[in-house]
Design a protein around this ligand. Structure first.
Ligand code: NAD
Length: 320
């Protein structure tokens, strides 16, 4: 486990960033967050105040409210940062199709600014949050890191471009950067636009579940604590620099199976409506995680049944 380091988490008030923040601060790290609160979910403010209530600003952590597209935010940081976890991005495939310019500008420029500053300040490790969406529709499964890349949304193109920048900075300047391709992350505090959160919400409130497509899409849902372990393992291993890893559960289910499981947990009758497939949605996500297992000792521990139950319980008690 990483201890007693100065760590920057970009996007640290978001879903994944806030879980990483909690884990790192519990282990006596000083954590600096840069986030512009651009996420459309107003709950991020409340969640952040809640998880920081037992810690002291300036002594244990610091929050800088700023946009990473503006390089002066990073220039003004005068700490010696050991590790950067770069999670800030506008996520969401569907949003990016309607807002391609905004997502491209935000995700790529902020990443280049991070890499440039990390290089100037001699940061010892940068971990970049990429996405399984870079593969597009797979031509074989499970998908390993060498699988062809055919992104089908501006969001996915932005992540692939950032990986290319990571590779460029590693090859040309030896910036110690690792890219991690996350597979659909879920769990407590999950983003309100994500399928599992929407499904549970509708089941809880006896609303009809709208499924885009026939529900036979296959998804490699990955529980939040496994992703946090993978992020930390990547940061700890110096040999992970210059590499890209899939981080998934590697045990995918169809949306129809996921829905059945959700109704089973809720002990309620199924109420589902099938709608037209949405643009940008891939048919299958299924990770091959052999490389991460071998090089990072990554081992997902939470299967979909346990993870879904934990997420359901959180939504039931927290969001009602
Ligand atoms: N959640 C998933 O399933 C998933 C899957 C693959 C990849 N990822 C990637 O993981 C990262 C975290 O995702 P998340 O689900 O926690 O999303 P999130 O929206 O909850 O968190 C992202 C945070 O980044 C901040 N941000 C965005 N642009 C910024 C900017 N220019 N300057 C400063 N802050 C900015 C937002 O305000 C937000 O708090 C993202 O890079 C995302 O693309 C997530």
């Amino acid at each position: 486990m990483i201890k007693n380091k100065n760590i920057l988490i970009t996007g640290g008030v978001g879903f994944i960033g806030s879980h990483l923040f909690e884990k790192l601060i519990e282990n006596d790290n000083y954590v600096l967050i840069v986030d512009n609160f651009s996420s459309p979910y107003s709950e991020n403010d409340t969640i952040f105040s809640d998880i920081t209530k037992n810690y002291e600003i300036k002594k244990d952590f610091e929050l800088i409210k700023g946009n990473l597209v503006d390089n002066s935010i990073l220039m003004s940081i005068d700490y010696d940062i050991d590790i950067i976890f770069h999670l800030a991005a506008i996520p969401g495939v569907r949003y990016s199709i309607k807002n391609a310019g905004e997502v491209t500008n935000n995700n790529i420029i902020s990443t280049v600014n991070i890499f440039e500053n990390a290089l100037k300040k001699g940061v010892k490790k940068v971990v970049f949050a990429s996405s399984s969406s870079v593969y597009g529709n797979p031509v074989y499964t499970p998908v390993d890191e060498d699988h062809p890349k055919s992104p089908i949304s501006p969001y996915a193109v932005s992540k692939l471009s950032c990986e290319l920048y990571a590779d460029y900075y590693f090859r040309e300047f030896q910036l110690p950067v690792t890219s991690l391709r996350f597979y659909t992350v879920y769990g407590p505090r999950g983003r309100p636009d994500m399928a599992i959160r929407i499904f549970i919400n509708n089941v809880m409130h006896d609303k009809t579940l709208n499924i885009f497509g026939d529900g036979e899409q296959i998804r490699d849902f990955t529980y939040i604590s496994d992703i946090i372990d993978g992020l930390i393992q990547a940061a700890e291993k110096s040999k992970s620099s210059g590499e890209i890893f899939n981080l998934g559960c590697s045990n995918p289910v169809t949306l129809n199976q996921l829905i059945d499981k959700t109704y089973e947990i809720a002990k309620k009758p199924k109420n589902v409506r099938y709608l037209e497939k949405q643009k940008g949605d891939v048919k299958v996500t299924h990770s091959n995680i052999e490389k991460a297992k071998k090089m990072l000792q990554f081992e997902p521990k939470v299967n979909i049944d346990e993870g879904l139950r934990k997420t359901y319980d959180w939504q039931l008690t927290t969001l009602k």
